[in-house]
Design a protein around this ligand. Structure first.
Ligand code: E4P
Length: 219
């Protein structure tokens, strides 16, 4: 499974990339706002750090506005993907942009039927939001299972990006279900490394190493 980072924080992206663990980046207007930086400047910097897709979202509501934004975003880097919302206008924009060779990520997907329509319209990526579904007492991962099966049934090229990930269990289940990609907020990404028994084991080996050295020194 590919791992994307759901952030515009360039230090965190660089760190994950240095371990070969950042296959792409997703952003949205809220994520950009958190960094307090110019939208274009931060996206250009991210796009120069990683080779993988970098999703960029505008706020247009008509297909014409979304297409105009996407054409502009596409100038910011070779790996830019235009995010469009899951609306009839959004899918009209997907159709136009796919003909122009601009990749799209259909976002705010909350049902399998929405995902099916996005795939049919020619989306490159589809982003179902699991955490926001969990928040309203619907099982977000069930949507991933349904959508994975539907895309497989018909061989659609669109890749699923599991979005709105809130904890490591979402990541593990995404991989078990065969989702193509999960996009992780940095705090969830960092949690994937940790296990208390790993920390305990390292500490114990360190202590035993020191004890062994001290007893050798006494001989
Ligand atoms: C990514 O593409 C989404 O915009 C993001 O994962 C949404 O996450 P949230 O539901 O935590 O805002």
């Amino acid at each position: 499974m590919k791992i994307f980072l759901d952030t515009a924080n360039v230090e965190k992206i660089r760190k994950a990339a240095s371990m070969g663990l950042c296959d792409g980046v997703t952003t949205n207007p809220s994520i950009i706002m958190k960094e307090g930086r110019d939208h274009k400047a931060v996206i250009k910097e991210i796009s120069s750090i990683i080779d993988g897709p970098v999703s960029v979202e505008g706020v247009g509501t008509t297909a014409e506005e979304m297409v105009k934004d996407a054409r502009e975003f596409a100038k910011w880097g070779k790996n830019i993907v235009a995010k469009v919302p899951m609306t009839p206008e959004g899918l009209r924009a997907v159709k136009i942009l796919s003909k122009e060779g601009i990749r799209t990520n259909v976002t705010l997907v909350f049902s399998a039927n929405q995902g099916l329509l996005a795939a049919k319209a020619g989306a490159s990526y589809i982003s179902p939001f699991v955490g926001r579904l969990d928040d309203i007492s619907q099982d977000g991962m069930e949507l991933i299972a349904d959508l994975t099966q539907i895309l497989d049934n018909y061989g659609y090229e669109a890749e699923i990006i599991v979005a709105s990930v809130r904890h490591p269990v979402h990541v593990m289940l995404s991989a078990k279900l065969g989702a193509h990609i999960a996009t992780l907020p940095p705090d969830v990404f960092e949690k994937l490394f940790s296990h208390p028994l790993t920390d305990k084991g390292i500490k114990q080996f360190e202590e035993d190493y020191k004890k062994a050295q001290q007893s050798q020194a006494k001989k």
